[in-house]
Design a protein around this ligand. Structure first.
Ligand code: BGC
Length: 328
């Protein structure tokens, strides 16, 4: 593995290049992905993440999201009689992506650990009790693992809280498999292994979990754009911005995929999480797609047995893998 350190503003960056020709640049600000490059079918390196207009970090590009990803209704939740009052940073009513002081805004410490099979970039941050309105001191690790001989990047989240609390950590990278704005993402072929999807209200809070209507049924791969202008997909969200509930979870199953005929590059996402929020960058021209693997975002209110509650006895540990292959 070739490892190079650098700086973005005053935050440390590290670029890893594996022997299969994949390179990943990570940044301590927001413990995020700045760039992923893979070789296309002609052997040319292609950038497969898309910067939102505004650059790294704008619209949460590439960042680690926490303490909770997505929207918590009414910016409030309780566990065992303790209530967290969060920032109402969305629609003046709900908490989105942990509020403005969320993990995306923090400078993490960074260390690199290497062995023959993979290299880990370990980002760490100690979130104090009360930060953003959440309770409990939490030591969080957001780890990126790049494999040496496979084009596989894992995001691994580990956290040890000092009391029972809620976490729901994800990454917010925007993917474009054409690798060079050569074709809109709406032309790319998407698969999602989900027969259920969140039905959203006007504040994008899940009202109920429903069977997928044809507009949301990607169990047979098809173009992202086929239904993107459909009124049901446009309503409230202006495109896909929906939590899909996976039919199976685990690193031995494909949760979703995205493929560009132009580059031949395919991304497969595998995850230990039960849900993936598929977000086309709806407000920035729909050039890319985010696969935010996480727990049900508002699960603390609707699926409390499977929502990211962790404790000193049950530390947080979840993994998502992004695997890139090329069709000749
Ligand atoms: C949310 C979108 C939001 C976006 C912000 C996504 O995770 O689902 O509704 O606009 O983040 O970049």
């Amino acid at each position: 593995m070739n490892i190079e350190k650098g700086l973005f503003k005053s935050a440390e960056t590290v670029t890893l290049v594996n022997s299969a020709g994949m390179s990943v640049t990570l940044c301590a600000l927001g413990a995020g992905i700045m760039s992923i490059k893979v070789l296309d079918r002609d052997g040319e390196a292609r950038e497969v993440t898309r910067l939102a207009s505004g650059g790294y970090g704008a619209a949460y590009h590439g960042l680690t999201i926490g303490r909770t990803s997505g929207r918590i209704a009414h910016a409030e939740f309780s566990i065992d009689g303790r209530t967290a009052r969060l920032e109402k940073n969305n629609h003046g009513e709900d908490c989105l992506h942990g509020g403005s002081s969320g993990f995306h805004s923090k400078v993490f410490s960074l260390r690199v650990e290497q062995n023959a099979e993979y290299t880990d970039v370990v980002f760490e941050y100690d979130s104090p009790d009360g930060e953003g309105g959440y309770f409990g001191n939490v030591k969080v690790q957001s780890i990126y693992r790049l494999y040496e001989r496979e084009n596989k990047l894992a995001t691994i989240y580990k956290a040890a809280p000092d009391c029972k609390t809620l976490l729901n950590l994800t990454n917010h990278a925007y993917f474009d498999m054409s690798g060079d704005l050569r074709a809109p993402v709406t032309e790319q072929v998407m698969y999602i292994n989900a027969s259920r999807v969140g039905d959203l209200n006007e504040r994008l809070i899940i009202e109920r979990i429903a069977d997928v209507a044809p507009q949301f049924d990607f169990r047979t791969p098809r173009k992202v754009g086929e239904y993107v202008k459909d009124e049901v997909v446009q309503r409230y969200t202006k495109g896909y911005d929906h939590p899909f509930f996976l039919d199976a979870r685990g690193l031995d199953k494909v949760a979703c995929s995205l493929y560009s005929e132009l580059s031949g590059i395919k991304l497969e996402v595998r995850t230990t999480y039960p849900c993936v929020v598929v977000f086309g960058d709806n407000f920035d021209g729909y050039k890319s797609t985010c696969f935010e693997c996480e727990y049900n975002p508002d699960g603390i209110h609707s699926t409390p047995d499977d929502c990211g509650v962790c404790s000193p006895d049950k530390p947080y540990s979840e993994t998502t893998e992004f695997v890139f292959t090329v069709t000749k």
